[in-house]
Structures are given as structure tokens and as C-alpha cells.
Design a protein around this ligand. Sequence first.
Ligand code: C2E
Ligand code: MG
Ligand code: MG
Length: 532
Amino acid sequence: MANIAGKVPGRFLGYAFCVGDLLLELDKDYKVLNADGAVKSTLGITPDQSFCFLDLLTEKGAGIITSAAKTLTGANRLGPFMVSVGGEGAVRERYSIFMSKLPHAPDELYIVLSKPYRLGQKESSNVSSTVSPAQLEENKAEFFERLEDLFEGNPEAEDNMQVTVIEAGEGERLDTGQQRDLENYLKSFSVGGSHAAMLANDKFAFVHERKEGSEKVDYVETIKKATGVALEAATINAADANLSEKDSMRALAFSLQQFADGSDGFDVSEIAAKSDELIGGTAERVRAFRKVLDEGAFSLVYQPIVNLKSNDVHHYEALARFDLPEMISSQWEMIRFAEDVGLILEFDKAVLYRTIRKIRELGNVGETPSIAVNISGRSLSDTEFKLDLVATLKGNKDLKRYLSIEITESAKISDLDSLGEVLSEIRNEGFRVYLDDFGAGASGFQYLKKLQIDALKIDGDYVRNATESKEDRAFLRSMVTLCRDLGIVTVGEWVETKEHAELLRSMGVDFGQGYYFGKPNAGLVMPKAKAS
Ligand code: C2E
Ligand code: MG
Ligand code: MG
């Protein structure tokens, strides 16, 4: 039997046999030059005959190997690909195949074949159960983290790298085996072999080098040939966004997120046709919000929160106002976008500092107002932000009676325990914590168990419907009872009419906020109800 140990560096052999059953050295026409392992009994070939490796494969397998070989550079290693291998007279068996080239022999191809169980994989690729949503979330989080690291550690990444998104063609449905194979396949194409992931069922993304002209790889064709799966793909250029490195990365991540979520206009065919427009649109919004941040181009308006028993203003809520770019229709939408794109942390900090200044300024010339600031649950899931916030509050402890925090968008926070910890820290410093929009989205009673808060703001939708709907009234009543038992103050949002106010009062809700008492206003005005 031919032995390649003399030609191939021993170190490579050692690595290869850690996972491999067979090791083959092929020439550029896939002829077997050398082989090691139980070649005769497993592959049914005699190694000294001149044999084309592709003859041992199915058409699909040959497609995988030849198209993957085209992308081997000597610096990357490809695989594992699941391929059936076997010569005439031998039973075809599925193997995991790794491929590489070695610097000393650029025309030769080294192939390691392993039984899938050695890699902890199942023999069959036809596993029909679907990938769990938790696993997909993990995939996504890991992909975005790596993407961020890639861009952060490499100032040229934006110009040199591209992200291609891939979706199964219309009517195609991949089983988990195919999904895994495709993910592995994309990983092997990707920068460093790890920048690829399935972001949603049958939707993938991978980061690769930008190649132009004849060097350009037609990934769809290559992958289709390799896997037999019809795909659609589109390549997104972060550089087209013309933003700072970090903001391009944000625009890119946002677009990918939209693609994964199946948002309108972000399926592959749309991305392909409108890639520049979509990322350009995202970039424009990022740019508009960046301006808000860098130039402090926002103002605050204040809306009173009124004690329903005494009709006195208890405190005000600070609400942000800024110029909206054309494609955004409300402040709310812009804030949600800032959350999705990761810019809300900077904004929340800016609003907090400005509010502290406002309280001090007014306190110096008259009565000190009490103001609640909105802080996004997203911001509070960032460690640095939390440290900064607690330090700021500690440094302004003398304002603890005048400054409070409203936690918005907490429904999107999965780690309630760590949110609970920071809320406790804030309260330990003596500042009050309100939980905003309770009852909206997925926020529910487990929040009250896990989060120590001073007050709950009941989502405006419940208040609005309560006058007509028995169910909403029942919900409100049970919430009020529960809060009273827990020692939590309740605030009803969107009190637009006298009926709303009276209903809430009769149910025992403590405070009300809404147009009936006063619209958000640049000045800290006394409420209508008090004045009349
Ligand atoms: P929110 O914190 O729940 O604020 C209450 C929203 O309800 C405000 O909308 C307010 O104008 C509106 N509102 C008040 N009374 C009534 C009423 O009687 N009827 C109706 N229909 N609406 C009423 P706005 O100012 O557009 O803010 C929307 C959301 O944007 C806020 O909801 C909050 O989640 C977010 N937001 C605003 N400013 C900031 C901020 O500085 N930081 C953060 N993180 N989020 C903010
Ligand atoms: Mg609020
Ligand atoms: Mg609210």
C-alpha cells in the first residue's frame, strides 16, 4: 500500500488521524496519489491503481468536492461535508470529509474521511425534527457577536468583507441534516471558517472576502451543485452605507436581523434587487439618529402624572422629541429603531444627563421638580451601561426624591434575573423604579415576581378599552389588587377622558397620566384637572 507519510508532514498526518479513518492525497484531476488507512476494505479500491476519487462518489458528492476544491486557498480548511463514498463492489457509506491544501504542494488536495460518529454526528442526515427557536437564537447571537469582533478588530473589514445571505429557493424545505450540511458548507467558505450561521429556518448568512472580476465566486451555483439544494442569495456591502465603522456594522446587523425575522422587503429576492437601497435606508436612519446623538439635537417634553385621589401632580415623565428623517413617521418608531440598531444606550444616557441638569437648574431658581426618565430594557442588558447608570445615580444621590427611572421595552428582555439585579441596585440607592407599558407584549406576572419595582404603569391599551370591555376591567382590577398586596403603586396610562379618570379612580388605581390631565409640554405645567 502506498504510504504518504514520507511526503506529508508528520504533524498533518497526526492531526488527520485524530479524527480520520482514511487519508487521501489527490492530484488536481482528483486521481489518488497516495492513501493511508483501511483503503481496500472500506473503499473497495486498490491504492496502487490510478484511481479517480470522484468515481467513488455520487453525482451530488462529486459536485460537493469539486466545487469546494475551487475555493481552497491553502489557508483555509473545508468541511465537514457529509458525502457517500464507496467503490464498485463496496457498500457506499456516509463519511464526513475535510479537505485542505498544504503550502508545500499547492496542486495537491488532501482529504480526510471520518465516520460521522467520530465527530459526534448522526449517521443519517435525514433527521426531520426542526431546529429549536432557542438554538436559532443562540446561532444568531453568536453570529452577530463574531461579526462585531471581526469588524472591531479590523479597520479594513468594511471594505474587504461582504456578507452574503442565502435562503432556500421557493418551495424548498430543508431537513435538519441539510441545514447542518449547508451551514458547515458556508462556514468553510467564510472568513476564518467560522463566520456563517443559520439565522432562521432555511435562512443563512456568511461573511466572506470581497472578490471582484474573474475571482468572483458564484456561491448559489457552487452550493447548488454541491448540495443539490436550490437557493437564492444576495450580497450586502457594508461599505456602501458610508458610515463610521461601528455604525456600518450596526446597519449591516440590523439588515441581517430584518432578513432573519422575515420583515417586509428583506427576503432574499428583495435584498438582491434593492440591497443598496435597503442598507442605504438603514444607513440613513442610523445617520439621522447619529446626528441626534452627536449634536444633542433633541429636546425633552414633560407630561404630568397625577395623583388620582388628590389631583396633585406627583411627578412628570420626560419624553424625547427630535426631527424625524423622512422615512420615519413617529418618535416611537425612531426610538424602537435605535433600540434594534443598538444606539439606544447612548441616547438613554444623554436623556438622563440632560434631565439631571434640568432638575438642578429648576431647583436652583424655585421648586425642584420630580421627573421620570425612560430607560430601555435593552440598555439595561448592557453591562457597561448598567455600571455607568448606577455610578451616575450614586453621584447624584441628593436627587433621589426627584429623579426616577421608567423601564421601557422590558418585554424583550430574556434575562429577567440580571435585570432584577440592576433594578435592586437602583432602588438601594433610593431612586424609584417604574415598570412601563405593563400588559403590552409579553410582559406578565412573572415580571412582578422577579423584578422589585416601586410602581407599575398599566399599558394605555387597557385603560382605553376598560370603559367598554368587561375583560379589560377585570384585568385591571386583578392587577390593582395584586399590586396593592405587593406594595406596588399603580399608574394608568392614556387617560384621555373624564370617564377614564373616574373609572381608574374607582378601581383604586393610584396615579393617572394622559391627555386629559395634560399633553407632553416643553414647560413643566400644572395639570388641567388641578387648575379647574
Ligand atoms: P411611553 O414611555 O409609554 O410614553 C408614553 C407615550 O404615550 C408618549 O408617547 C406620550 O406622548 C403618549 N401619551 C401620553 N398620554 C396619552 C394619551 O392620553 N393618549 C395617547 N394616545 N397617547 C398618550 P411618545 O412621546 O411618542 O413616546 C413613545 C415612546 O417612546 C414612549 O412610550 C417610550 O417608550 C419611548 N420614549 C420616549 N422618550 C424616550 C426616551 O427618552 N428614552 C427611551 N428609551 N424611550 C423613550
Ligand atoms: Mg414611559
Ligand atoms: Mg408607557
